[in-house]
Design a protein around this ligand. Structure first.
Ligand SMILES: Cc1ncc(COP(=O)(O)O)c(C=O)c1O
Length: 267
């Protein structure tokens, strides 16, 4: 296992709206890794199209396309982990659709059942599917041995969720609300402690300056927000906001007003 460098670059990209301008060249690091290990030793490259739990890191413009090109060139499988980005979060069905970059495998979960019941899935290209179809006729198509594989209740929840997404046009709704959400998030730009705001679709990260070299500020805002009826998430110094796709504009206002007030209340 090897790692590509992360793409967070406050010096060049702080307060970007949507995808940051700079950093596509960081994908070229994959060429160095391929040269080091040889493509024949690399099964796959897995990436979150927008890294969520590491602090909301939208990929720089052109980065994913470059990864795709390098993987195709060397015959390496490209996997998008769309567990967070899938099912409307970025204002499109999937990040792959939004950015026009098609991976060979996508992993999905969370939004597939709207979180009502645990379920995950892997979606593969025809080419990979066909490869598995070459096995004996009695073999399981894409073998995986979970206790709860294809659990009927989870499958029913997923099918109902997919219907609701379509009937209520929730992905389109997320896309329509995104500019309002972006504006609200960036209204915190000049608030105390804020060193960066990142957003894409209906997700935003608000990064705070460290306090005495420790990452306690975001946690403090998270804790106080919870008591004020607002559930945030935090990673290190970054607060993450990722509301339900049915959110109303007034609720978006309330989220960022609450965060703004709490930022003013902490030292
Ligand atoms: C991007 C991403 N991938 C994978 C996972 C793990 O998903 P699961 O619990 O369905 O295995 C998470 C969990 O939060 C996630 O955020």
């Amino acid at each position: 296992m090897d790692h590509l460098p992360h793409t967070l670059d406050l010096r060049r990209n702080a307060f970007s709206r949507g995808l940051p301008e700079h950093g596509a060249e960081l994908a070229d690091e994959l060429e160095r890794i391929v040269a080091l290990h040889d493509a024949s030793n690399i099964a796959a490259v897995i990436v979150e199209p927008m890294a969520g739990s590491t602090g909301v890191l939208p990929a720089p413009k052109g980065y994913l396309k470059r990864l795709r090109e390098i993987c195709t060139k060397h015959g390496i499988v490209l996997i998008f982990d769309e567990v967070i980005t899938g099912f409307g979060r970025l204002g499109a069905s999937f990040a792959a659709e939004k950015y026009g970059v098609v991976p060979d495998i996508m992993t999905v979960a969370k939004g597939i059942t709207n979180g009502t019941i645990p379920m995950g899935a892997a979606i593969v290209s025809d080419e990979i599917f066909e490869a598995f179809m070459q096995g004996p006729r009695d073999a399981i198509d894409l073998p995986h041995g979970y206790t709860y594989t294809a659990h009927p209740i989870a499958c029913a929840a997923a099918l109902a969720t997919l219907d609701t997404y379509a009937e209520e046009h929730l992905f389109e709704r997320a896309a329509t609300l995104s500019p309002y959400f972006e504006e609200a998030a960036h209204s915190l730009r000049d608030f105390p402690h804020v060193v960066d705001i990142r957003n894409e679709g209906l997700v935003a990260g608000i990064e705070l300056a460290p306090r005495n070299a420790s990452t306690t500020r975001a946690f403090e805002v998270f804790e106080r927000a919870f008591h004020d009826g607002l559930l945030l998430r935090y990673t290190g110094d970054t607060l993450a906001v990722s509301p339900p796709l049915i959110i109303e504009k007034g609720e978006i206002d309330r989220i960022f007003e609450t965060i703004g007030r709490l930022l003013k209340s902490i030292d």
